[in-house]
Ligand binder design. Structure first.
Ligand SMILES: [Zn+2]
Length: 308
């Protein structure tokens, strides 16, 4: 038992991508505001520090620009921080380096405007799709560019693909199919728990210990309605919630990382692959969620699914 007690001081920073909402194109501004209010209320009540990563393109819907910007402003008013996730969610693996750099720059204007009165500096960047480049030269040039613009890259180590659950949840919610909603939430929580366990083990294999982890989530009604239960899953595993800045102080984030690939992935995979280790035994994503997404014409690949 003492051994167990020792184990239970785990730390995690929560990050939320695709602000103001992952499905911003499909949601009216009023729904985005309601979703944001609910999500931020839970996070504030539970004193969970969060950095939210923005795609400013999602603000530009005619007649809704002010309200969408206000939803973003709420993150700062509630005491959270914003980071850049590029203007249009462009993949470094799909567009050229120059086009991607332009997308980074274009993604700064409104966030900077909103952060200035809060005396906050835009300092974090998250790669769309976690795509960090298909070759090492591009990867390093992009990193140099980000550093020159004053960014710290925000890696992730915990990722339960909440965006995939969020798509089918949105549909069930609209149709008031509460039975399906409950099934989705049950599997969303169970899959995340399994991913956390797997990632803790992979951490020990690549780093020799469990570092301060960084969790990737997405702004959605699924998170707005159920993030409290997900935070409980983390607490049960012994986690407490820390800032991204605190997490990034962990030496793990300077481990050698030469990962390149067509598909973006988390940093535990980066480090494992850089060490010549092949990550094995990852939990299997629930097939029915993939099937259901296909039925709804929601894309199942991370690349296209995140676009919406
Ligand atoms: Zn994203």
């Amino acid at each position: 038992m003492p051994q167990n007690a020792q184990k239970l001081d785990r730390q995690v920073a929560v990050t939320i991508d695709d602000l103001p909402a992952g499905m911003a194109d499909r949601l009216p501004a009023a729904d985005i505001t309601a979703m944001t209010t609910k999500l931020l209320g839970t996070l504030r009540d539970q004193k969970v520090p969060v950095v939210g990563f923005v795609n400013e393109k999602k603000l530009y819907k005619l007649g809704e620009v002010d309200e969408r910007i206000k939803a973003l402003q709420m993150w700062l008013d509630y005491g959270f921080e914003l980071g850049n996730h590029t203007f249009s969610h462009a993949s470094l693996n799909q567009v050229g380096l120059k086009a991607w750099e332009d997308d980074v720059i274009q993604g700064e204007s409104v966030i900077r405007l909103l952060m200035a009165p809060h005396k906050m500096k835009l300092r974090y960047f998250r790669h769309p799709y976690l795509d960090t480049g298909r070759d090492l030269l591009t990867r390093r040039q992009a990193e140099e560019f980000l550093v020159e613009r004053g960014y710290r890259i925000a890696p992730i180590t915990l990722d339960g693909w909440d965006w995939a659950f969020a798509g089918i949840y949105e549909d069930a919610r609209k149709r008031n199919d509460t039975a399906l909603e409950q099934q989705i939430v049950k599997d969303y929580l169970a899959y995340h728990d399994a991913v956390f366990a797997y990632s803790e083990q992979l951490s020990v294999k690549v780093a020799g210990y469990e570092p301060k982890q960084i969790l990737l989530l997405h702004a959605s009604n699924l998170e707005a309605d159920h993030i409290g239960e997900l935070l409980d899953v983390l607490r049960k595993r012994g986690y407490r919630f820390i800032t991204l800045q605190d997490a990034l102080s962990d030496a793990v984030y300077s481990l050698p990382d030469t990962y390149v690939g067509e598909e973006g992935t988390g940093w535990l995979d980066h480090w494992a692959i850089s060490q010549g280790k092949i990550p094995q035994g990852a939990p299997v994503f629930p097939q029915w969620v993939i099937e259901r997404s296909k039925q709804l014409n929601l894309s199942t690949g991370q690349v296209s699914a995140e676009t919406q």
